[in-house]
Ligand binder design. Structure first.
Ligand code: NAP
Length: 246
């Protein structure tokens, strides 16, 4: 039976842990700050980093900013036969780091579940999940587990294909949501459907950590140009309106 370790026990890990424990019995977690109470609540073992890195399956689920330090400092402690997954919201950077630091003998499967604690709170069936099978002999059984056990819509992509599309799907969307969250919108009962959807987007993303927001914007090489295109368009629109009103 495979032993599984989740490295990083933040909001996303706590959200997906029940889906792992429903299907596997030997599940351990490690987190930088003490999350043993949260681990006990979810019925998983709380272990040291060294022990977590010795497991058969290692799921990296920390903020992306910690990836390099984690892999660089611990490469020698990682089980050389492990299959290593990540769940990061960008794919090119984590894949580059995993290829650089993980033992050659480790299998690597990069993933991005396109849902989180808020969007998946009523279940994950039918939700999209991107996987980049970087170096693995187990692609078929991984896809089978995700598609048939967890009932996810599995999309096989390269890290570059993923990041290019996510520059719109996430970087642009989260940028707009943070902008909307940053202005004070007074309560109104005079709602339109479009307004309600705008507020829904803001609320859906309100629980994301700053680390996650920064990674989606700064660690996706295609995000900046999409943001700039959007900002330029807003400026043009405003400029045209000012001309019309003069
Ligand atoms: P996050 O803010 O991206 O990550 C929080 C986790 O990272 C915590 O365990 C935190 O430990 C750890 N961490 C941060 N800096 C660290 C450092 N310097 N050293 C050690 N640990 C450090 O929040 P998240 O939402 O849980 O995301 C985790 C991963 O899932 C990320 O890669 C994210 O891109 C991915 N993801 C998130 C979502 C989502 O909707 N939230 C969806 C899909 C994928 P402490 O508790 O000690 O601070």
């Amino acid at each position: 039976m495979n032993s599984i370790a989740i490295i990083g026990f933040g909001p996303f890990s706590q959200f997906f842990t029940p889906y792992i424990t429903q299907n596997f019995s030997d599940v351990s977690v490690w987190n930088r700050s003490d999350k043993s109470a949260e681990a006990a609540k979810l019925g998983v073992k709380y272990v040291s980093l060294d022990e977590a890195l010795s497991k058969d399956v290692i799921i990296l689920s920390t903020s992306i900013s910690f990836f390099e330090e984690l892999l660089k400092n611990n490469a020698k402690k990682i089980n050389p036969k492990a299959i290593v997954f990540d769940v990061a919201s960008v794919k090119m950077k984590p894949v580059e780091l995993m290829l650089k630091y993980l033992p050659q003998t480790c299998e690597i499967v990069a993933t991005h579940p396109l849902f989180g604690p808020q969007s998946g709170k009523d279940g994950i069936e039918g939700k999209n999940m991107v996987i980049c099978p970087i170096r693995t002999s187990k692609q078929i059984c991984i896809i089978d587990f995700l598609a048939n056990k967890l009932k996810l819509n599995v999309m096989v992509r390269t890290p570059e294909e993923h990041d290019k599309q996510m520059a719109y799907v996430q970087a642009l969307t989260h940028f707009v949501a943070r902008g909307i969250a940053g202005i004070k919108i007074p309560y109104t009962d005079q709602k339109t459907i479009a307004f309600e959807k705008l507020i829904d987007v803001r609320n859906l993303l309100a629980g994301d950590s700053d680390d996650l927001f920064l990674a989606i914007q700064n660690d996706n090489p295609f995000a900046k140009s999409v943001r700039l295109e959007f900002l330029n368009k807003l400026n043009d629109l405003n400029h045209d309106l000012n001309l019309e009103n003069n």
